[in-house]
Design a protein around this ligand. Structure first.
Ligand code: NBX
Length: 830
């Protein structure tokens, strides 16, 4: 045993780790001990931050025995496990989740009360780790929760960014980004292990040499190195005693020898070298769909996958492991193309470092990876210029070239010398510059390739990678996304959770299909009333959060109409704006009496990539419309537009349970899946949406009567493009649209200055890539149906309950089951 290796012979050192007693007394004792011995303060002198840190430490102490146990169990079992490789994990706050998983919520609340502390105050102290941009990062966080809850042997690997997604503020209605110093008050959930650092190399050149058998081989002579230090996070399963590991890597400068390479002998230079190395994990790139091809980003990608593969081979596999059996031990799941440089890295390690023949190494590699694609937007598909890649990772570029040569040879054998097709399938693109197409590399190397919703997987196969589908029959599959019911129902909506448990018993949290049982209750007037009361209470909770957080007021008794997601043209926040402006204009012009309007509060939450100018214009416009509408007595008590800044997981947990209407209005064929759509449905909001992404599956499940469908279908979108789309025709032929657009253009929302929103208006009129104008009239009609339906509150509640009852499919537990069955083929942990 390792304890013996370290020479620990005392019987206590060999005994199992004991958890503190799960009682109020046990908890209080442990809490005070942490406060005194870890924080170094007396209770009477302690700040809320001290208390929060001690509380987090206490929860950790309860999880520790399980964690250590699971680590040794996973080591002992030596079965196939999942390494989830993701550049992003959008975790949200940890405290409540870890209390819930370990059944400590009530004990902790009571214990702190005994110490004179309100646990709610401590909850507010935690700064959420925002180590992701949006859906992709949040999906990774849901998946590690499900993996732990379902006892799948697995590790999440990623990057410990010192700064996560920026903090958004508004100045004069315009987005201003501030650094997210989430580590400033300490980070009680992480365990650094500098002794387990991996050395990661960069740059330099390759050279050929003859090995002992006289075979000419290539080797990498790198120019510089950094250390990757792992930080471990506990990932507790829900009520199953499991604790998995999330391992995030942090960059630090290598030893003095390395520093000397950089420095010219002076101290300042040496420190600069250190800064250079540590920059690698400094900040999350806030671009969520338009990769900029920045060198530092490629450094981040290689940094974390090389560290992760090294960690797995060195520390997880037993000594002397026969690497030809690697596919029996691990599947590396590639969360989009961001970690795809792992493919040539594994080849390099197998061939150059472990002396395995190329063909054997390739056979191993092709079984050890699987790739998930999260987009259809062509501009979002990552490519790296050969120039940059060759400079940073020369040996990897050689390996990619060889993979490509052999792949194209096989393509020729199958399809003949069809040069157009060869060019189209090449991993190396030639225009506008020579580059590596990372999605192609992932597809060639992956045992499986999946999209994230039925429609998306179908389009991926038929439109984006049809040649690959033909060449690799059976490689493409679908796994529809899901969300964790622990965070997004139990934690976010405790009153709804209690109501469900009262109706169905407790098992639904880990078996979400059981929500079906609520269908029967939808017919029960008393249950509907209780559901409506929960919704009303959630609105009150949200109102108080927004009041305190931002000083803004939700309209009393209003329908809450919510659109929260990254700001992107394809998601069409502009369509929502045009709806609001239309309603407002109709009242202002006297066409509609304010008293005939069903009172609504529109809530937006959205960050724009800092360099995405049009997205920033749209944010400005939403705020400007809000300013005018909210202060115009003509629509007072009828229309409100709220845009709380800095939408994040913590705010999502308050907004979603309060929502009546969920806006999922992307242009059909553009939103790969969406996961917010699922969270809303599971919390009893009705969706207004297009036939896009997972909306398609939501609508099928909840039924047309309980979903407001509008807009063109994906084939209709295609047909309109083929015919020639002319946005101005819609502007000219639809009077309501014209009046709304004209009002924006007139400067009514910009103090009379017509230039401010001119870029938006002319973009819609003369370009409109996402066909906002084409779907406008259908959207406005669907919104009228929403108003009509909302007028009958009881029927609305019935629909809302049916949405919950029929959305159990969207648990991330089900997604993980699908991955196990269709992609991973991993056994459960013993
Ligand atoms: O992934 C999102 C899709 O847009 C959603 O439809 C989908 O539901 C979700 C989960 O599958 N994609 C996404 O969030 N992408 C990114 O955040 C992203 C981040 C960095 C980057 C490119 C994309 N370079």
């Amino acid at each position: 045993s390792p304890a013996h290796r370290l020479g620990a012979t005392h019987p206590l050192a060999l005994a199992p780790v004991i958890s503190p007693p799960a009682t109020v007394d046990g908890f209080v004792r442990q809490f005070l001990q942490n406060l005194n011995f870890d924080q170094g303060v007396a209770l009477s002198d302690s700040s809320s931050t001290d208390q929060y840190l001690a509380l987090a430490g206490t929860v950790r102490d309860y999880l520790m025995a399980r964690w250590l146990d699971d680590q040794s169990r996973q080591r002992a079992q030596q079965s196939k496990g999942v390494c989830y490789l993701s550049a992003e994990y959008l975790l949200g706050r940890q405290l409540d989740n870890n209390l819930l998983a370990s059944r400590l919520t009530d004990i902790a609340t009571e214990s702190l009360a005994k110490c004179g502390i309100d646990i709610d105050v401590l909850r507010q102290v935690e700064v959420e780790p925002g180590l992701g941009n949006g859906g992709l990062g949040r999906l990774a966080a849901c998946f590690i929760d499900s993996l732990a809850t379902m006892s799948v042997p697995s590790t999440g690997y990623g990057i410990r960014y010192e700064y996560g997604i920026f903090r958004q503020t508004f100045i004069d209605g315009q987005q201003v980004e501030q650094p997210d110093a989430w580590l400033a008050l300490g980070s009680p959930w992480e365990f650094p292990h500098p002794e387990a650092a991996q050395q990661i190399s960069f740059g330099g050149h390759t050279e050929t040499y003859d090995d002992e058998d006289g075979v000419t081989r290539s080797r990498w002579i790198p120019a510089w190195h950094v250390q990757a230090v792992p930080y471990n996070y506990m990932v507790p399963g829900y009520h199953n005693g499991r604790v998995n590991t999330l391992r995030l890597w942090s960059a630090v400068a290598s030893d003095a020898f390395d520093l000397r390479i950089f420095n010219s002998g002076d101290y300042e230079e040496a420190v600069r070298a250190q800064t250079f190395a540590e920059n690698i994990s400094k900040v999350l790139y806030p671009e969520d769909s338009t990769p900029q091809g920045k060198e530092l980003r490629l450094q981040q990608q290689y940094f974390f996958v090389a560290a992760s593969i090294g960690d797995f081979l060195d520390n997880v596999l037993p000594e002397g492991f026969d690497l030809s059996k690697l596919p029996d031990r691990v599947i590396f799941q590639l969360n989009d193309t961001h970690p795809v440089i792992a493919v040539p890295e594994l080849m390099r390690v197998l061939v150059d470092e472990r002396g395995i023949e190329w063909d054997a190494a390739w056979a191993i590699t092709q079984q050890c990876f699987a790739y998930t694609c999260h987009t259809l937007l062509p501009e979002a598909l990552e490519v790296w210029s050969v120039d940059l890649l060759g400079r940073l990772l020369p040996r990897h570029l050689e390996i990619i070239y060889r993979i490509n040569d052999e792949f194209l040879l096989a393509v020729r054998e199958r399809f003949g010398d069809d040069e157009l097709r060869i060019r189209a399938m090449s991993i190396i693109g030639e225009h506008p510059y020579r580059s590596v197409r990372m999605a192609y590399l992932a597809t060639v190397a992956g045992a499986k390739v999946n999209g994230v919703a039925e429609l998306h997987s179908q389009l991926l196969r038929e439109k984006v990678l049809p040649d690959f589908d033909e060449f690799f029959p059976g490689k493409f599959t679908n796994v529809t996304n899901g969300v964790t019911p622990r965070r997004f129902i139990r934690l976010a909506n405790p009153d709804l959770a209690s109501l469900i448990t009262e109706a169905l018993g407790a098992g639904w949290t880990v078996d979400l299909e059981r929500l079906r049982g609520l269908e029967a209750f939808a017919a029960d007037p008393e249950f509907r009333e209780r559901f409506a009361a929960v919704k009303a209470h959630n609105k009150v909770r949200l109102a108080s959060v927004l009041r305190e957080r931002d000083g803004i007021e939700v309209g009393d008794g209003h329908m809450l109409d919510v659109m929260v997601k990254r700001l992107h043209e394809y998601k069409r926040q502009m369509l929502k704006v045009l709806h609001i402006v239309t309603q407002y204009e109709q009242v202002r012009s006297g066409e509609v009496a304010a008293s005939d309007i069903i009172p609504r509060t529109f809530i937006f939450g959205a960050k724009a990539a800092p360099g995405y100018t049009m997205a920033k214009h749209i944010i400005h416009l939403v705020n400007a419309v809000g300013e005018v509408v909210n202060s115009d007595p003509v629509v007072e008590g009828r229309l409100k537009v709220l845009f709380p800044p800095n939408y994040n997981v913590t705010l999502a947990e308050r907004v979603i349970p309060a929502a009546d209407l969920s806006e999922q209005i992307s242009l059909a064929g553009k939103e790969a899946s969406g996961t917010g759509n699922m969270k809303f449905a599971l919390n009893g909001a009705l969706t207004i949406g297009t036939d896009d992404g997972a909306n398609v599956e939501i609508r099928k499940l909840v039924g047309d009567d309980n979903f407001f469908l509008f807009g063109m279908s994906e084939p209709e979108v295609e047909a309109l493009w083929a015919k020639g789309y002319q946005p101005t025709e819609y502007y000219q032929s639809d009077e309501r649209l014209r009046r709304a657009m004209d009002l924006i253009a007139s400067g009514a929302f910009s103090g009379g200055d017509r230039s401010v929103f001119e870029p938006i208006v002319s973009n819609l009129l003369y370009d409109d890539r996402f066909m906002v104008l084409a779907d406008y009239s259908s959207y406005i009609e669907a919104q009228a149906r929403v108003d009509e339906a909302y007028a009958d509150q009881d029927t609305w509640s019935r629909s809302a309950i049916l949405n919950i009852a029929r959305s159990g499919f969207f648990s991330s537990d089900r997604s993980i089951r699908d991955y196990i069955e269709r992609v991973w083929h991993t056994p459960p942990m013993l």
